[in-house]
Design a protein around this ligand. Structure first.
Ligand code: NDP
Length: 290
């Protein structure tokens, strides 16, 4: 049989991007399945995005991820968006299908899958979402599309918070309201799932936790964090101390990476291998995918 030395290419475009760990889990998955794929971590400056997108086409790449500052800016260069990416208004994954470059957002889907893996479903639930940035938007929209009943968005910036609550209310079947985040915000009674979707507590600021009234977190809540490094931020430690069931950001990270892998290769992702590769990278517990 004739040898094929040509690798299929995938990548992440961002700036800054040096600290982005996605390549570690994607390459571990490619190797585990014996696929001749590569994942390149590429610094693409804001003004060079169009050239990078054209480069991806010229190289016949399978697809690519986008991170800051390209998640919204890439949209005009794509052929189509998935319905969720259209609502969220941001794309973190592009896949080339039948010659069409399609924008998807796997962040929120990865979050919902990490909940489901823990036996938790957003259907009919009352959710409180801390934050209204990119991660919160993706999570809020996907939880709403997955059947959440009510979503309260707590955010410091009123404009961003109102925008997200309005978007969920208009474009999905869920009810949504915005509450301004002032000091020691109280978590609404009746919250089933509390989601920390700000960057507070992310390494190297691991000594910080969101300014909420922790005595309003109860043992009947499922409490989640998007921060994955450290694996158990102070926020989750506080919630666990109050008897809440916790879901770490590592699950979301691995599940969104797995969705990307499946979009690009058409094969089922080796979840546990991807998790172990990341856990080794962060020096985390490596006790198994949360
Ligand atoms: P953005 O910059 O888009 O949004 C940041 C959000 O955090 C805003 O809502 C901002 O509020 C809020 N915020 C920042 N500082 C504070 C503070 N001191 N108190 C209260 N709120 C604050 O960031 P992203 O949404 O892209 O990322 C957020 C986090 O999600 C990061 O830690 C990132 O690593 C993580 N993430 C995790 C993923 C995973 O797979 N686990 C995937 C994607 C992201 P305001 O609007 O008021 O400024």
């Amino acid at each position: 049989m004739e040898k094929n030395y040509r690798a299929e290419l995938t990548a992440v475009f961002g700036d800054p991007v040096d600290g982005n760990p996605t390549g570690v889990m994607e390459e571990a998955a490619y190797e585990a399945l014996g696929l001749n794929y590569r994942y390149l971590t590429l610094r693409v400056k804001k003004e060079d995005l169009e050239a990078a997108v054209k480069g991806a086409k010229a190289f016949g790449m399978k697809g690519y991820n986008l991170t800051m500052p390209h998640k919204t800016a890439v949209i005009p260069y794509l052929d189509c968006l998935t319905p969720a990416a259209e609502i969220i208004g941001a794309v973190n994954t592009v896949v080339c299908r039948n010659g069409k470059w399609t924008g998807e957002n796997t962040d929120g889907k990865g979050f919902v899958l990490s909940l489901k893996r823990d036996g938790i479903k957003p259907e009919g639930k009352r959710i409180t979402l801390l934050g209204a940035g990119g991660a919160a938007r993706a999570i809020g929209v996907e939880c709403a599309l997955a059947g959440a009943e009510h979503i309260t968005v707590l955010n410091r910036d009123v404009g961003r918070g109102e925008e997200l609550a309005g978007l969920i209310g208009r474009k999905t079947g869920a009810e949504a309201e915005f509450c301004p985040w002032t000091e020691q915000a109280r978590i609404p009674e009746g919250t089933d799932i509390l989601i920390q979707a700000t960057c507070v507590g992310l390494y190297p600021d691991s000594g910080r936790k969101p300014d909420i009234a922790y005595d309003t977190v109860t043992d009947r809540m499922v409490v989640c964090d998007v921060v994955f490094n450290p694996e158990r931020p102070l926020f989750l430690q506080e919630a666990e101390r109050r008897g809440a069931r916790i879901v770490t950001g590592m699950g979301m990270l691995v599940h969104q990476g797995a969705l990307n892998f499946e979009l690009w290769t058409g094969k089922k992702a080796p979840l546990e291998i991807m998790y172990q590769a990341l856990a080794r990278e962060f020096g985390a517990s490596q006790i198994g995918l949360p």
